[in-house]
Write a protein that binds this ligand. Structure first.
Ligand code: NDP
Length: 299
């Protein structure tokens, strides 16, 4: 069984390549140089190369702030490319598993968003990802869209790596404390994407639609930063105070939702996937980046 992964060099793509797949499953993950997914002819050529069992799209334009000044680039990758992938996978009768974002929501809801809550993106990135969702829904009925949030991993630039760097460089950190969301391990998300793709590949009746996939629990960026610094200190890193600031004190080009907690209930009901708490996922990432917490010396 051959599974096609787009965006294989990204945070999620790297974990998809590293995931433990069942015997007999081969994962093909061309990087951007090998396949530009905005090139419809190139995508069509690759799709015709072999009988793929499923495609997983983890490629995206993810520079949230830069998207405000590069809307065409963001829409090309986040909306046009998913439209191409949806059309090609539908033509070959295979499922498309696509990754989307919490930033499709406005952020003014109390509690966790459910997949069928109204979307109202407030940024170019969020709008372009919403466009991608629509393209996938319309283009291939055999689709699963997994919205995720606050993705972190040992790879590439992400919040965990940034906080570890700043904690090593500065004497104090100030971090936004009025945006609430769900930190998510790229490895845990990759495992869920693989589970959904394999089920859909083997069963045409497997649940299609839009789901949420984040680690359990929620926090603010400041709460997340405190947990990162505490985890680093437990592994011998520098202890630096972390204090909260309002979003208004840290202006960015893109507007971000004040609350983008996501409910994973329907993913659990459809696919039996129940992600672990974000703190446990963070521990695994810190173990991989820094090393395990040293055992207490015997007395
Ligand atoms: P990354 O930015 O780490 O990876 C994106 C990948 O897409 C990169 O490997 C990039 O290539 C590739 N890519 C860019 N342009 C093209 C192209 N034209 N053709 C083929 N590939 C291309 O993203 P993440 O792994 O963090 O995100 C995965 C998914 O999760 C995305 O859909 C994103 O929107 C979503 N998401 C991410 C969040 C986050 O916090 N990161 C939060 C919510 C949702 P290259 O390696 O050359 O740069």
């Amino acid at each position: 069984m051959d599974i096609l992964v787009l965006g294989g060099a990204g945070q999620v793509g790297t974990e998809l390549r590293a995931a433990v797949w069942p015997a007999g499953v081969r994962v093909h993950a061309p990087d951007r140089a090998a396949l530009d997914i905005t090139d419809a002819d190139a995508v069509a050529g690759l799709m015709a190369e072999r009988p793929w069992a499923a495609a997983i799209n983890a490629a995206a334009y993810t520079a949230v702030d830069r998207a405000e000044s590069e809307p065409v680039a963001a829409w090309r990758l986040n909306a046009l490319a998913p439209a191409i992938l949806a059309a090609e996978t539908a033509r070959h009768g295979i499922p498309l598993v696509h990754v989307s974002t919490d930033y499709v929501f406005a952020g003014d809801r109390e509690g966790a968003y459910r997949p069928d809550d109204a979307i109202a993106p407030r940024s170019v990135y969020g709008a372009s990802k919403a466009g991608g969702e629509l393209a996938v829904r319309v283009g291939n009925p055999r689709h699963a869209i997994l919205r995720t949030a606050w993705v972190v991993s040992p790879h590439r630039g992400n919040f965990v790596r940034t906080m570890l760097r700043l904690a090593a460089e500065r004497d104090a950190l100030t971090v936004v404390d009025d945006q609430h969301g769900c930190p998510t391990s790229a490895a845990d998300l990759a495992e869920a994407l693989a589970t959904v793709a394999l089920r859909m590949a083997g069963d045409p009746g497997a649940p299609a639609g839009t789901f949420h996939c984040v680690n359990a629990g929620a926090t603010t960026w400041c709460g997340f930063a405190k947990a990162i610094v505490a985890g680093s200190v437990a592994r011998g890193g520098r202890d630096v105070p972390v204090s909260g600031i309002p979003t208004s004190a840290y202006p960015t080009p893109a507007r971000r939702p004040a609350n983008s907690q996501l409910s994973t209930e329907s993913l659990t009901a459809a696919y039996g996937i129940a992600p672990r708490p974000w703190q446990a996922a963070l521990d695994t990432i810190l173990d991989r980046l820094i090393g395990p917490v040293p055992a207490e010396a015997p007395r």
